[in-house]
Design a protein around this ligand. Structure first.
Ligand code: DLL
Length: 433
């Protein structure tokens, strides 16, 4: 179902005209309202009036996460504080958190893009949306909530946690759409099985899963265990939260709501804009936001873009599955590697569960990577020989695929901590020393 045909199926020329008009407005907005942008533009000898075409944006400087942190809490707001009606704050692992301030109009935009996202995954007013994204400062819960309300779907604002209760509520209220992180979806399946319930018998039909990287194999695992269609949703606090891009039933990338967010893919090293299809860092400019307008924000997320119209009828460009964050890329003895590449291999191994962590250590000056993962419950942990065989098999498969020597350690089922939100996959002990 297409929520807003006018904008989601626009011909490219009309869309580009609209983007250019909005881009000019936003460039003026940030220049006139923030000393930060005024200085930045002037240092590059640029003025908002220099934007005559969409390509002219390439001359403009980037905005980085560190800029937002320095502005904490209100320094980068592009609307007066009295117009702000809601804050969201991303926790961030280092330094100060990042804040987004929303005006009333921004909340309406958020509801609109999230209604599009939910509809893109087939949600209608007849659905019961089981919203297990965290409510609170995290954008997942409320963003999904606003979209579901706009559609008129029945929303269960359950948030994360108390998984057994979640399953009972799903059964009693006939939840049809599950919204949560992919790792939590898998945990729901696991807990249902422990309760003696076949997760495929739950009334769920589709999962709208995001907020962390997940592989194609993880999708297949979730789809077969829960008996649902699992679709990807992308977004980030700095731009709006979830609702920047959403996958449709064709499952060939996420439609990016380009009338609100203007994408570019750049080479993260040189900053040069790359061609359609080339892999690089996603850069976004907000075209309609009032509270926090951002020009050329470097998301740190690695993907590619495809401008070909989709079978589903939407003309909006699609971004590929997020491969990882530029700062998540591990470089181990010279080999570049994203955790999702390891996940893709692990999920295909029958003797192990897709619960894993990557432990990075430095031994005698060399970086060593150990993959810790749980055995399937049907493998007996006291069968030492069998465990060694499985470890060796996994080691071989990863080494063959990635050309990198690694360690593999099997751990007992349920020993790797489960997450209600984003899973923690990397434990970097090199930084702890
Ligand atoms: O995770 C917003 C969100 C909520 C998205 C619910 C989807 C669903 P932050 O906490 O600010 O916001 O984290 C943003 O998470 O820059 C990506 O690195 C990562 N991320 C978000 N969606 C995906 C996805 C929310 N579908 C950061 N695939 C982003 C991979 C994702 N990574």
């Amino acid at each position: 179902m297409i929520w807003n045909k006018e904008y989601e199926c626009m011909d490219r020329k009309s869309l580009e005209d609209l983007q250019l008009k909005r881009l000019k407005e936003v460039a003026h907005r940030v220049f006139e309202r923030l000393l930060f942008y005024k200085r930045k533009f002037e240092e590059s000898h640029l003025h908002p009036d220099d934007i005559k075409s969409l390509e002219d944006l390439r001359k403009f400087p980037f905005t980085r996460k560190s800029d937002l942190r320095e502005g904490y809490p209100f320094g980068l707001f592009t609307a007066p504080l009295e117009k702000i009606v809601e804050f969201h704050i991303s926790s961030g692992t280092t330094g100060k958190p990042v804040v987004n301030g929303y005006t009333r109009k921004d909340i309406q935009i958020w509801a609109e893009v999230m209604a599009r996202a939910l509809s893109c995954a087939g949600t209608t007013s007849r659905d019961v949306v089981h919203n297990a994204y965290g409510y609170g400062l995290f954008t997942g819960g409320l963003g999904t909530h606003y979209g579901a309300q706009l559609i008129g779907a029945k929303t269960i604002p359950i948030s994360g946690g108390q998984t057994k209760r979640q399953i009972t509520i799903m059964q009693d209220f006939k939840s049809t759409v599950l919204t949560c992180t992919p790792s939590y979806a898998l945990h729901i399946a696991e807990v249902a099985e422990e309760m003696g319930i076949n997760p495929r018998d739950l009334p769920l039909r589709v999962g709208i899963l995001g907020a962390e990287t997940w592989s194609e194999s993880m999708r297949q695992e979730i789809e077969s265990r829960l008996g649902i269609e699992a679709l990807d949703i992308y977004g980030l606090t700095e731009i709006i939260g979830p609702g920047v891009a959403q996958e449709c039933e064709v499952k060939e990338g996420m439609h990016l709501f380009e009338d609100h967010f203007l994408p570019e893919i750049i080479d993260p090293k040189t900053g040069k804009v790359l061609k359609e299809g080339e892999e690089g860092e996603l850069v976004l400019t907000t075209l309609t936001r009032e509270g926090t307008s951002l020009v050329r924000y470097r998301t740190g997320d690695i993907t590619h873009i495809n401008y070909q119209p989709c079978e589903c009828g939407r003309t909006l460009a699609r971004i590929g599955k997020i491969k990882g964050r530029a700062d998540d890329m591990l470089i181990i003895r010279g080999v570049n590697l994203f955790p999702s590449q390891i996940e893709n291999i692990l999920i295909q191994i029958d003797e192990a569960e897709p619960h894993y962590q990557l432990i990075l250590e430095r031994r005698k000056g060399l970086d060593e990577l150990t993959v810790e993962l749980e055995t399937s419950p049907h493998i007996f942990f006291d069968e030492v020989r069998r465990l060694e065989e499985i470890e060796a098999k996994i080691k071989r498969e990863i080494e063959d695929a990635l050309g990198l020597r690694i360690g593999v350690k099997l751990v007992e089922p349920r020993t790797i901590q489960r997450s209600m939100g984003k899973a923690k996959r990397i434990i970097d002990k090199r930084k702890l020393k």
